[in-house]
Design a protein around this ligand. Sequence first.
Ligand code: CTP
Ligand code: CA
Length: 227
Amino acid sequence: LIAFFQKKSLLGKRVLITAGPTFEAIDPVRGITNRSSGKMGFAIARAAVEAGAEVHLITGPCDLTTPLAATGKITRTNVVSAKEMHAATMQSTDCDIFFAVAAVADWGIAKPAKDKIKRQVRQAPDLEFVANLDILADVAKTVKTKGGKLHPYCVGFAAESTDLQKHAEEKRKRKGIPMIVGNIGPDTFGSDLNQLLIVDESGSKKMAQAEKLQLARQLIQLVAKKI
Ligand code: CTP
Ligand code: CA
């Protein structure tokens, strides 16, 4: 019902979203992942479809069902590793807005074992890591200006354990993006609630604690004005 009354502020626009965690395989049965539930990214996908956009949702492993699938306005690509997420995303950069909501692994395992590593080996295995590519920074490098507007307009997310505002502002500049959204919590991971800090070139402002879907709708209206 809310969706019905909502302004169709993204009619005819294309929105690309990464969501959820990534999973870096150690061997066929083990891997390294993180606590992202995918809820915030999926909420943004829903809010974007409600606002009239065509959405491509690229998600790491999570249990969530595709929002508003029956509208035909949403395409979902399931990926596992950060490398797969990078490849899928770079094929889809021709869009109006990019929301990088995924919690992407910063490092992958250099040589995942082909067969399960057995416990009987004398000592714990030495895992060698390799740095993963920065998906958001790489999409930001493809940005063009069309009629004075950024294409795509890139929005990053940041979850920090200290100095959120300082780290978010640094990250925004380092990645060359116009907006970064800081997760204030209280406990962001898996929760239906969140509180956001919006950091852009004009400074920072808080969005009051609310359900992730409600915050996603507010964020969509905010970003719609920028494009
Ligand atoms: N991100 C990405 N690809 C990566 C790492 C991060 O696209 N390989 C995106 C995330 O989706 C998020 C933003 O970058 O939108 C910030 O992620 P974060 O992990 O907070 O930033 P990092 O640059 O990885 O810095 P750090 O983990 O050291 O805080
Ligand atoms: Ca990181």
